[in-house]
Design a protein around this ligand. Structure first.
Ligand code: SRM
Ligand code: SF4
Length: 572
């Protein structure tokens, strides 16, 4: 008789945790150390936080025989990416009072704080909740922050997709009272039998789960990086339903070809009324069929890849009790943001601001954090975080417009990203010094590479062409580098894998062009390709398409194909 494979240890941690409680509360009260107990390090993710340490000073602390400089990252959920001016001001205050004085706008339309010491963790989470935001399920093996197209100018369509993303987010939020007990001093429930997780069960999902809602022709939420996406089908200004995309994802491990990024399968269409139910049932199919033995093979993309999209659709239809309808036609044109002013028909205006690496902070030359604080004080609309780490100052009324316009100019926000189309189309993940998985720099280094590339672009006469470029410090892909036209992915300290050929609309994965390329030779590597592109591209041809036509890389058609047909000189 064959033995059942052993479940991954995280499954045991979840089972024993009493619905995500573990010993987090006791750990917070222990003042003898800045860290939490080992099992709680997994559980605290479900509450929206990660224990980290400052990697810039690791060696120095070790030499002094000191405990690592532990602190916590907090991720604040912002379903659909919409925050009020009051929430912005409070986020800014907490960033200074408890964190490292910066706010990170993430690639999933959320806020992140870094550098919160353990003794401030509970107070910070409490204050986040006091302004009607939360952190539960921002991380962990559950559904994360639900993204949606933040476009404020198609107001009715946007209101509908925002409502859908908030409804899905609410519906899939874990039901456990642990979050309220630990962080909000909520009443303790004596017996765990009294509470149930109707959707997740005791062991939650095999792995993280991500959902996005897109409005074509914009694919700004990068549907192919999500486990589940809803693609709005709009007719006569009304959403008539959604195409359903399943099994996208980015994360992989260097050297392990059985891990790969994957493009989602578009499997059917549902009505607006069915959408929340579809989300629930997709989650349940993955709950019951996802791999709980190997965490590196546990995302929905592998469940589908191992068994086929047809199997998944049949299974989903069984869970739903009805069949999804056939897929409707749609087209994506871009996965980028549209910058600057847009005026809505309702008299409201919107300003999309480029935020380098999504980091909001003040530097001596650019007081972005102060500027946004001053804007928030007079703003009567809302802020919208984009999935490209940028910010929309949205729904500006006619009476506050002049003042906001003045502040934008006064603080130089109107100059942000004007340097090049490449910069405006860039994403960099956090990486060093806080991310424990980073092999290289990303957020702190990509701007330098772009500045050098801008000289090449200028010379080639294409400075203002949009070329999607993304850098991450490791292959987990938090900046979605495998969906970029140019992707740099940390391979080893000072070395990056260079990927080329992603689709401009985020609809095709890239391919490895050079492995472990030294960081100071990235510009040299790309210079002849950029010049070739400028000289020989066809009318309207995008960089990602050109590098395939010109033979620099082969096209990647889907996940497992990502590691195939790599040219031998990629390893030179
Ligand atoms: Fe991510 C882990 C940061 C979006 C794939 N991600 C991490 C951790 C928590 C590192 C860790 O596990 O210790 C990073 C914290 C760094 C820090 O110091 O803050 C981290 N991920 C981020 C953010 C902040 C990047 C950013 O610069 O914006 C993004 C936060 C999003 C949010 O608000 O929820 C972020 N991560 C993504 C995305 C992009 C997306 O979802 O659109 C991906 C690729 C899509 C996907 O999931 O396939 C992504 N992160 C990962 C993975 C690989 C997952 C996998 O399937 O293999 C990990 C590692 C893991 O889960 O084991 C990871
Ligand atoms: Fe960290 Fe890697 Fe994600 Fe960058 S891609 S934030 S280095 S896990």
């Amino acid at each position: 008789m064959s033995e059942e494979p052993k479940l991954h240890p995280n499954e045991g941690i979840k089972t024993r945790s009493n619905y995500l409680r573990g010993t987090i509360a006791e750990g917070l009260a222990d003042l003898s150390t800045g860290q939490l107990a080992t099992d709680d390090l997994q559980l605290i993710k479900f509450h929206g936080s990660y224990q980290q340490d400052d990697r810039d000073i690791r060696a120095e602390r070790r030499a002094k025989k000191l405990e690592k400089a532990y602190s916590f990252m907090i991720r604040i959920r912002v379903p659909g990416g919409v925050a009020t001016p009051k929430q912005w001001l409070e986020t800014d205050r907490m960033a200074h009072q408890y964190a490292n004085g910066t706010i990170k706008l993430t690639t999933r339309q959320a806020f992140q704080f870094h550098g919160i010491i353990k003794t401030n963790l509970k107070q910070t989470i409490k204050e986040i909740n006091e302004v009607a935001m939360d952190t539960i399920a921002a991380c962990g093996d559950v559904n994360r922050n639900v993204m949606c197209n933040p476009n404020p100018f198609q107001s009715q369509v946007h209101a509908d997709v925002l409502k859908l993303s908030q409804d899905i987010s609410d519906h899939l939020t874990p039901a456990t009272r642990a979050y309220h007990e630990i962080w909000l001093d909520g009443e303790k429930i004596e017996s765990s039998e009294e509470e149930v997780e109707p959707i997740y069960g005791k062991t939650y999902l095999p792995r993280k789960f991500k959902i996005a809602v897109a409005v074509p022709p914009s694919n700004d939420v990068d549907i192919h990086a999500n486990d589940l996406s809803f693609i709005a089908i709009v007719e006569n200004g009304q959403i008539i339903g959604y195409n359903i995309a399943v099994g996208g994802g980015m994360g992989m491990t260097h050297g392990a070809d059985d891990t790969f990024p994957r493009i989602a399968d578009i499997i059917g269409f549902c009505t607006p009324e069915q959408a929340v139910d579809v989300a629930e049932k997709v989650v349940m199919v993955q709950r019951d069929n996802g791999n709980r033995v190997e965490r590196k093979h546990a995302r929905l993309k592998y469940t589908i890849n191992d068994r086929s999209a047809e199997w998944f659709l049949a299974e989903l239809n069984k869970y739903l009790g009805y069949d999804l309808q056939p897929v409707r036609d749609y087209t994506f044109e871009t996965n980028g943001d549209r910058f600057g002013w847009v005026y809505g028909a309702d008299g409201r205006s919107h300003y999309t601001l480029f935020v380098q690496g999504g980091r909001v902070l003040d530097t001596p030359d650019y007081k972005l954090m102060t500027a946004l604080r001053e804007i928030a004080k007079v703003h009567d609309g809302d802020f919208r975080l984009t999935a490209n780490q940028n910010l929309i100052i949205a729904n500006i009324s006619s009476w506050s417009r002049a003042e906001i316009e003045r502040l934008i100019k006064h603080y130089g926000l109107d100059k942000a990203g004007l340097e090049s189309g490449l910069r405006r189309s860039s994403i960099a993940c956090v990486a060093l010094p806080t991310c424990s998985l980073a092999l290289t720099e990303a957020e702190r280094y990509l701007p330098t590479v772009i500045t050098e590339l801008e000289e090449v672009l200028e010379e080639a006469g294409i400075r203002h062409d949009d070329i999607v470029i993304r850098m991450t410090g490791c292959p987990n892909g938090c900046g979605r580098p495998f969906l970029a036209e140019i992707g740099f992915v940390g391979r080893a300290p000072g070395k990056y894998n260079v990927y080329l050929g992603g689709g401009f609309a985020g609809d095709r994965l890239s391919k490895l062009y050079r492995e472990a390329h030294p960081e100071d030779q990235l510009v040299e590597l790309l210079t002849p390709i950029i010049k070739d592109y400028a000289a020989n591209r066809e009318e309207g041809e995008k960089f990602g398409n050109f590098v395939i036509r010109a033979g620099y890389v082969e096209a990647t058609t889907n996940g497992p194909d990502f590691h195939l047909n790599i040219k031998p000189d990629a390893f030179a």
